[in-house]
Design a protein around this ligand. Structure first.
Ligand code: NAD
Length: 452
C-alpha cells in the first residue's frame, strides 16, 4: 500500500503517515456520493441549512484541535492556524443561509408561466493545495454542499491531516454518510479521477497554473465545468503621496505571511521612484522585526517552509545573480527555515516575474501612475494586489486599471468569505466565496408551464 510520510516542517520529525486512496476506492466513493447526493438534495432546504449549521458548530468546538494539527503538519504559526480553522466554521455558517435562498426567477412570457430553478450539479470534486489546507477546502465544500451537492475532497499529499479530521467532524455533526468524503492521495490518481469520472460533475481546483491547465484540458473532454484558483505574482503599489509608514509596516505581512506560500502574496513591491530610498529605510526595520520562529509561540508571525523539496525550489531562485537589499532572521537547526528576503532586481529578472511561493519580495521602482499600472499588469497572473495612496481619485483609477481579481486600497486584505475571490488571466477561472458562490455549483433550469 502506498502512503505519504508526514514531516513536521518546523523540526523535521516524522508525525505519521497517510495511506493513498486507490483508483478503485475513488470509484466506490463516487458511487456512494451519488446516492448520498440524491437524498441530500431531496431534503427540505431548512433541513440542509440546519445540517450545515451543526457542521459549523462542530468545527467551532474543535478549532484548537484543528489548529494544533495544522501547526504540526504545515508549520503554520498557531495564531494563523486558529484563524484558518475559524474560517472553516465561518464559511459553513455563511453558506448555511444559502439552501433557503437559492431563489430562481419568474420570467414574463406569453401563454403560461416561466420559472428557473438552480439545480445541484451532483457530485463535486474539490482538489486543494498544501498552503492553506483548511480554508481553501471549505471555500469549495461549503457552498457546494449548500447548493445540494455531494463533495469529494482531495487534500494535498503533504498536508492531509486537517482535511481528514474535517471529514470525521462532518459525520460527527450528523451530515449523512457519503455526502462529504475526504480522499487523501496522489494528484495523478485521486485528482485525475475526479477529472475523468463521468459522475463527478464539476472540479474545483486550487494549485499551480501548470496542473490547473492540465485539469482544465481534462475537464474539456467531458465539457465538465471547472473552477481554477491558480498562481499569482501580485503587486503592492506604493505612491509617493501614500502614508509611507503604514505602507512599509504592512508590507512584510502582505508577502511573508505563511512564509510567502500564499497565492495572494504581494511579491512585487512597486514603489514610486521619488520615495524609493525613504521607503526602503522604513521597510528595513519592519522586515528585520518580522518574527520568524517556533510555530507554537503565540507571537510568531512566520513559520518554516512546508517541505524540504519546496525549500529547495525557493532557494534555487536566490542562486540567481540578484541584488539582495536586506534580510530578516530565521532560526538555525532542523526545519525548513528561510529568512524573509528583500531583493532589488531588474524588471525582467526571473525573481521579478515568476511565482516563488516563498518569503521573497522584489522591490521595483516606477515613474508615474501609468507606469505603475503597466508594470503591475505586465504579468501572466492577476490575482490580488494593494494600492497605497492618499489621493482618492488615483485609488479609484488604479484599482480599475489593475487586471486583478482581489484588490485592496490602503490595506492588504484580499480574502473575506462574504466577498468574491479569484483571479484574472492565468491566475484562474471563476470565483469562489461571496454571495454568489453557491450558484457556481448549480445548473440553471428553465421550465415553462403552459396554461393552455
Ligand atoms: P499543485 O498544482 O502541485 O497541487 C495542487 C493539488 O493538485 C494537489 O492536491 C495535488 O495533489 C493535485 N494534483 C497534482 N497533479 C494533479 C493531476 N494531474 N490531476 C489532478 N490533481 C492533481 O500545487 P501546490 O504546489 O500544492 O500549491 C501551490 C500552488 O497553488 C501555487 O502556484 C499557488 O499560487 C497556488 N494556489 C493558488 C490559490 C488561489 O486561490 N489562486 C490558493 C492557494 C494556492
Amino acid at each position: 500500500m502506498s502512503e505519504t510520510t508526514l514531516i513536521n516542517p518546523a523540526d523535521e520529525t516524522v508525525i505519521g503517515a497517510v495511506a493513498h486512496t486507490t483508483l478503485e476506492e475513488v470509484d466506490s466513493a463516487v458511487a456512494r456520493a451519488v446516492v448520498a447526493q440524491r437524498a441530500w438534495a431531496a431534503l427540505a432546504p431548512v433541513d440542509r441549512a440546519r445540517a450545515l449549521r451543526r457542521f459549523a458548530a462542530t468545527v467551532d468546538v474543535h478549532i484548537e484541535e484543528l489548529a494544533q494539527l495544522e501547526v504540526r503538519n504545515s508549520g503554520h504559526p498557531i495564531g494563523a492556524a486558529r484563524w484558518e480553522a475559524g474560517n472553516v466554521r465561518d464559511v459553513l455558517d455563511y453558506y448555511s443561509g444559502a439552501p433557503e435562498r437559492l431563489i430562481g426567477q419568474q420570467i414574463p412570457v406569453a401563454g403560461g408561466l416561466d420559472i428557473t430553478f438552480h439545480e445541484p450539479l451532483g457530485v463535486v470534486g474539490v482538489i486543494v493545495p498544501w498552503n492553506f489546507p483548511m480554508p481553501i477546502a471549505a471555500w469549495g465544500f461549503g457552498p457546494a454542499l449548500a447548493a445540494g451537492n455531494a463533495v469529494l475532497l482531495k487534500p494535498a499529499d503533504w498536508t492531509p491531516l486537517t482535511a481528514i479530521r474535517l471529514g470525521e467532524l462532518a459525520l460527527e455533526s450528523g451530515l449523512p454518510e457519503g455526502l462529504f468524503q475526504v480522499l487523501p492521495g496522489r494528484g495523478s490518481v485521486v485528482g485525475d479521477r475526479f477529472v475523468t469520472h463521468e459522475h463527478v460533475r464539476k472540479v474545483v481546483f486550487t494549485g499551480s497554473t501548470e496542473v490547473g491547465k492540465h485539469v482544465m484540458a481534462g475537464c474539456a473532454a467531458q465539457v465538465k465545468p471547472v473552477t481554477l484558483e491558480l498562481g499569482g505574482k501580485s503587486a503592492n503599489i506604493v505612491f509617493a503621496d501614500a502614508d509611507l509608514e503604514a505602507a512599509a509596516s504592512g508590507a512584510p505581512g502582505s508577502v511573508f505571511d505563511n512564509a510567502g506560500q500564499d497565492c495572494c502574496a504581494r511579491s512585487r513591491l512597486l514603489v514610486e521612484r521619488s520615495v524609493l530610498d525613504r521607503f526602503l529605510e522604513l521597510l528595513e526595520p519592519a522586515v528585520r522585526g518580522f518574527r520568524v520562529g517556533d510555530p507554537n509561540d503565540e507571537a510568531t508571525e512566520m513559520g518554516p517552509l512546508v517541505s524540504k523539496g519546496h525549500f529547495e525550489n525557493v532557494a534555487a531562485f536566490l542562486d540567481d545573480d540578484v541584488a539582495v537589499a536586506f534580510r530578516g532572521s530565521a532560526p538555525e537547526g532542523p526545519g525548513y527555515w528561510m529568512a524573509p528576503t528583500v531583493l532589488l532586481p531588474n524588471r525582467d529578472d526571473r525573481v521579478a516575474r515568476e511565482e516563488i511561493f516563498g518569503p521573497v519580495v522584489s522591490v521595483l521602482p516606477f515613474d508615474d501612475e501609468a507606469d505603475a499600472i503597466a508594470l503591475a499588469n505586465d504579468s501572466i497572473f492577476g490575482l490580488s494586489g494593494s494600492i497605497w495612496t492618499r489621493d482618492l481619485g488615483r485609488g479609484i483609477r488604479v484599482a480599475r486599471g489593475v487586471e486583478s481579481g482581489a484588490l485592496s486600497v490602503n490595506s492588504h486584505s484580499s480574502v473575506r468569505y462574504a466577498t468574491p475571490f479569484g483571479g484574472f488571466k492565468q491566475s484562474g477561472l471563476g470565483r469562489e466565496l461571496g454571495p454568489d458562490a453557491p450558484l457556481a455549483f448549480t445548473e440553471t433550469k428553465n421550465v415553462f408551464f403552459s396554461h393552455g
